[in-house]
Design a protein around this ligand. Structure first.
Ligand code: T46
Length: 137
């Protein structure tokens, strides 16, 4: 498991009517206050999104419909790790300073992201060389 990336199994409340997952901020499963939520859907086949790191942002990624793969890279020379998200009870907690991209979206996939901060362009590192430089600083 990469440091700063963690799979989180979300509790399903299931009964004969179906399933429900509730996430409460500052709980074991959702360790930060959620300031922003966004979701990615209707992706173009074969597309790769992301390709950046955040300096301080913490995010919980959940593929609430369909599937996709999140590739995470620590930038320290170790091999990037792919995480398949293919069920709504699978969360991926991605902390700051992880280069990540999202690929292999299935048709109809919806990737929900819960974020710890408001949208802030200055938190993005979009050049891989700059990311590695900051990792090693
Ligand atoms: C991330 C991965 C998982 C906004 O206006 N507000 C927002 O909160 C976000 C996230 C995006 N945008 C705008 C900025 C762009 O015009 O939406 C457009 C697409 O954003 P972006 O190209 O950054 O999307 P992805 O899929 O490459 O990356 C997103 C998040 O930006 C990023 O923080 O970690 O999803």
């Amino acid at each position: 498991m990469l440091q700063n990336v963690q799979r989180v199994k979300l509790d399903q409340k299931g009964d004969e009517r179906g399933k429900l997952i509730a996430l409460e901020a500052l709980s074991e499963q959702m360790p930060f206050e959620i300031k922003r939520a966004y979701y990615i859907f209707d992706t173009t086949p074969g597309t790769v999104r992301g390709k950046h790191a955040h300096r301080i942002l913490r995010q919980m990624l959940i593929c609430v419909s369909g599937s996709c793969v999140i590739r995470c890279d620590k930038g320290d020379g170790s091999k990037p790790v792919d995480y398949l998200l293919d069920w709504p009870d699978q969360g991926l907690l991605v902390e700051g300073m992880i280069w990540h991209d999202m690929h292999h979206f299935s048709k109809g996939a919806v990737l929900l992201v819960l974020a710890s901060e408001h949208y802030d362009l200055s938190d993005y590192i979009r050049e891989y060389e700059q990311f590695v430089k900051e990792v090693n600083a």
